[in-house]
Write a protein that binds this ligand. Structure first.
Ligand SMILES: [Mn+2]
Length: 186
């Protein structure tokens, strides 16, 4: 994975964004994730996951969902790990001009990291639980991002006994959101 595209788009003498360091060894610790609220020409949320020494990145126009919504996520260029701490103002006229705030961050536990499908358990302050990213066929770089509820439900089978009808099942899943908000927190 290369940071070439990240470098090409930026002039590090002008932007406050970090210049990538030469290399990062992939550690054994749990990798990090970050969601940056980016008030660019259009507000969007940049969702980034540490994979192989870089931050794999997606722009999510509506933000990372806390519940069951499926959101469009457009993959963007890999970013350096240092970017996870970046917040500030990218000056007018530069690529990505606008304010960047850290919306959430933390560690994650990778469950599946494939070229077209990613499943991770996020351990952020706001985002907790399993999330899925699936590459779509609609357009280049377009993915779907959503919270994986079924797994959580199965893990708590006591709460997931259902009559077998779709409706009942849905009701139980929704109601299972609140009883154990700390399921994935440390
Ligand atoms: Mn952005």
């Amino acid at each position: 994975m290369s940071l070439e595209r990240y470098r090409k788009k930026r002039e590090f003498s002008k932007t406050p964004e970090p210049e990538p360091k030469p290399e990062h060894a992939a550690g054994k610790y749990n990798p990090i994730f970050v969601v940056q609220e980016h008030h660019a020409r259009r507000l969007h949320y940049d969702f980034r996951l540490e994979v192989g020494g870089v931050l794999k990145s997606w722009a999510v126009p509506k933000g990372v969902p806390l519940h069951g919504e499926r959101r469009l996520a457009v993959q963007t260029e890999d970013h350096p790990l240092e970017y996870a701490k970046f917040h500030g103002k990218i000056p007018e006229g530069l690529y990505g001009a606008g304010t960047v705030k850290i919306w959430d961050s933390g560690k994650y536990v990778p469950e599946k990291i494939k070229p077209r499908e990613i499943i991770v358990e996020l351990r952020g302050k706001k985002l907790k639980g399993k999330y899925v990213l699936i590459k779509t066929k609609f357009a280049k770089n377009s993915w779907l991002l959503f919270r994986k509820k079924w797994e959580i439900c199965r893990a708590r089978s006591r709460l997931c006994k259902y009559s077998g009808t779709r409706t009942r099942r849905r009701v139980l899943i929704v109601s299972s959101e609140t009883p154990f908000p700390n399921l994935f927190s440390r």
